[in-house]
Design a binder for this molecule. Structure first.
Ligand code: AZA
Length: 322
C-alpha cells in the first residue's frame, strides 16, 4: 500500500432548497427562495482514513439545521443568514474548525397588477442570482463574499476593440463599433468580521452594496464607449471599491458572447466555408442583399467559443486574497 495522507477534507449538503414567507401586519407578504450548500471542516479525517464516523455531523443533520435556522432567524440579507448558519455549526460542534455556507437567492419580484404592487404575487424576472459565500473559522472570524451571477446584458453599439497585438496568427479585424454581450459574474469580498455581532451590526450594508454593485455594473456597461471588456470591468471594480468602504476586493468574470458578422471575419478560402457562407449573415447570395459593414443588420449569435475575461481589483493597503 502506498504511503498516503489525507491532505484536505470537507463535506456537507448541497442544493438545499428553502422558501420562506414573511407575512406583514398590513396583510402583504414577502417571499425568499434560496438554494443553500453547507460544508464543514475540522477533526473529521478518521471518517475517511479509519472508517470512524464519530465526529461526522450527518449531511442530513446539516440540512435540517438549515430549515430550523431559517425558521428561527431572518433569511435576509443572505449575508446575515449565511453568517448565522456558519457560526452555528462551529459553535455547536467544537471539533469543527471551519463552516462554509453558500447561498444562491432566486428572483421573485413583486408583480404589478392594475398599476399597483400586488400583495402576494411574484414573477421570476430572469435567471440572475444574488450569491453569498460565508465562512466562519474558529479563532479568525467570519469572511463573506457577495456576488451577482447570470446577469445577461447586451449593447448593440458603443463598444470597440482595436490596438491589440497582431502577428501571423491574427485574423480578427479591428472594430470601432461592435455588439457587446456578457453574462455578468461579479463578486465583492468584505473585510473579515470578528464575530457574528459585527455582521448583525453592519447588516444594512449588504443590501445596499448589492444594489450599488448592480447599478454600477449596468450603468457602466451602458454608458461607457467600451474600448475592451478588460477596461470596462476594471472601471466597474474601481467604482464598487469607492462606493463600499467595507469591501477589500472586487472580482469580475465576463464571457464575451460574440455576435458575428461573418462577412467581416476575413475567413481563409476553403470549399467547406463556401457552404458555410451560404448559410451565414453575408446575404449577397440572395439577390445581392447587403448585410455587411455599414449595412449589417442580421448577425449570427455564437454559442461557443467565447472570450473569457477576469480580474480581481484590490483596495490599496489591503492584503490581496490568496
Ligand atoms: N477583449 C475584448 O474586449 N474583446 C476581444 C478580445 C479581448 O481580449 N479578444 N478578442 N476580442
Amino acid at each position: 500500500m502506498a504511503h498516503a495522507t489525507l491532505s484536505h477534507a470537507q463535506y456537507g449538503k448541497d442544493n438545499v432548497r428553502v422558501y420562506k414567507v414573511h407575512r406583514h401586519p398590513d396583510k402583504t407578504q414577502s417571499v425568499t427562495e434560496m438554494t443553500v450548500c453547507t460544508m464543514l471542516e475540522g477533526d473529521i479525517a478518521a471518517s475517511w482514513t479509519k472508517a470512524d464516523n464519530a465526529n461526522i455531523v450527518a449531511t442530513d443533520t446539516q440540512k435540517q439545521t438549515v430549515y430550523v435556522m431559517a425558521k428561527q432567524h431572518p433569511v435576509n440579507p443572505p449575508e446575515l443568514f449565511g453568517a448565522i448558519l456558519a457560526q452555528h455549526y462551529i459553535d455547536t460542534y467544537d471539533w469543527m474548525t471551519k463552516a462554509h455556507v453558500w447561498i444562491t437567492v432566486h428572483r421573485w419580484t413583486r408583480l404589478e397588477v392594475d398599476g399597483k404592487p400586488h400583495p402576494h404575487s411574484f414573477l421570476r424576472d430572469g435567471e440572475e442570482k444574488r450569491v453569498v459565500e460565508c465562512t466562519a473559522e474558529r479563532g479568525t472570524g467570519i469572511s463573506i463574499r457577495s456576488g451577482i451571477m447570470g446577469l445577461l446584458v447586451l449593447k448593440s453599439t458603443g463598444s470597440q476593440f482595436w490596438g491589440y497585438h497582431k502577428d501571423e496568427y491574427t485574423r480578427l479585424p479591428e472594430t470601432r463599433d461592435r455588439i457587446l454581450s456578457t453574462e455578468v459574474e461579479a463578486g465583492w469580498n468584505w473585510r473579515t468580521f470578528k464575530e457574528l455581532a459585527e455582521v448583525e451590526k453592519e447588516q444594512t450594508a449588504f443590501d445596499q452594496a448589492w444594489k450599488d454593485a448592480r447599478t454600477i455594473t449596468l450603468e457602466t456597461f451602458a454608458k461607457e464607449d467600451s474600448p475592451s471588456v478588460q477596461n470596462t470591468m476594471y472601471l466597474m471594480s474601481e467604482q464598487i471599491l469607492e462606493k463600499v468602504p467595507m469591501v477589500d476586493s472586487v472580482e469580475y468574470k465576463l464571457p464575451n458572447k460574440h455576435y458575428f458578422e461573418i462577412g467581416k471575419l476575413g475567413l481563409p478560402y476553403n470549399p467547406l466555408l463556401v457552404l458555410l457562407l451560404t448559410s451565414s449573415t453575408d446575404l449577397s447570395w440572395f439577390k445581392g442583399l447587403k448585410n455587411t459593414g455599414e449595412d449589417a443588420e442580421v448577425y449570427a449569435p455564437q454559442s461557443d467559443p467565447n472570450g473569457l475575461i477576469q480580474c480581481t481589483v484590490t483596495r490599496q493597503g489591503s492584503a490581496p486574497k490568496l
